[in-house]
Design a protein around this ligand. Structure first.
Ligand code: BGC
Length: 250
């Protein structure tokens, strides 16, 4: 087992957090370092904050890449969308920008893909065979497809159109909060969403993450699906852990 420490950094719409991860166990080691995402969240400004995170851990960092998540499509280091960050990320050479700013190699990955990998390697889907669909219910809906432990990146299944609207605009956890929906009102939206994913993908397992998964007993037992559906285990550290894993394994 590989017990060296790798830095994982999670870029979100409101915060940027980093921690050292023990890849032998998938545990975060020591305390996380957290900064606000700059209000003007351009690539250069975000890279400055990511550099502060790296500086904080610099003494304990081995050579080799750091893993960084981003809440949008990331293909070959280029960010192709920008749901909760400045629009100038669209088509930006984000990996190159970060690598140059940090002076060290960066592996950049979609946030939900990182969370999904972490669940597959260390968490709720550890060792799961076949197709696992990991969903994160948060500001939007992020998704990761994992087949026999391998990630199929950038699935973006929060963006599928259901009943004429993008699914995440009805079923994300942030919508429940914004519209003050009770679980009686919210569960049918989740039912419609997961039943649609089930019909399209015939997964072997659904894993549900995001902050709301802390109270998964209030909604998962009320869903009627053929596919087993279980809460994520790594909670809000999943992105950091998955990014660190990918940094050491790509
Ligand atoms: C974005 C995804 C992201 C998800 C969770 C969605 O709005 O399209 O790329 O993974 O939010 O942050």
């Amino acid at each position: 087992m590989n017990h060296h420490l790798v830095l994982g950094i999670d870029i979100g719409g409101s915060g940027i957090k980093g921690a050292l991860v023990d890849l032998g166990t998938g545990d975060v080691v020591g305390t996380r370092f957290l900064r606000d995402t700059p209000p003007d969240s351009t690539p250069a400004n975000v890279a400055d904050v990511v550099a502060q995170v790296v500086d904080h851990f610099a003494e304990r960092l081995a050579d080799g890449p750091v893993g960084v998540t981003f809440p949008a499509i990331v293909q070959h280091g280029i960010t192709l969308s920008a749901a909760n960050v400045d629009q100038s990320w669209i088509d930006a050479p984000a990996r190159q920008i970060l690598t140059e700013r940090l002076g060290r190699p960066v592996v950049l990955v979609n946030d939900a893909d990182a969370a999904g990998l972490a669940e597959a390697k260390y968490g709720a889907a550890k060792g799961a065979a076949g197709l696992v669909v990991v969903t994160t219910l948060g500001t939007g809906i992020g998704t990761a497809l994992i087949y026999d432990g391998a990630l199929i990146p950038n699935s973006e299944l929060g963006q599928i159109e259901i009943d004429g609207v993008r699914a995440e605009t009805r079923a994300a956890a942030s919508i429940k909060t914004k519209d003050a929906l009770s679980y009686d009102e919210y569960v049918p939206r989740l039912q419609r969403y997961y039943a649609t994913l089930e019909k399209l993908l015939s997964p072997d397992l659904f894993v549900v993450g995001g902050g709301i998964s802390r109270e998964s007993d209030k909604f998962l037992p009320r869903l009627s699906l053929r596919t087993p559906i279980i809460p994520a285990e790594l909670r809000n550290q999943a992105g950091i852990v998955g990014a660190a894993w990918l940094a050491a394994n790509s």
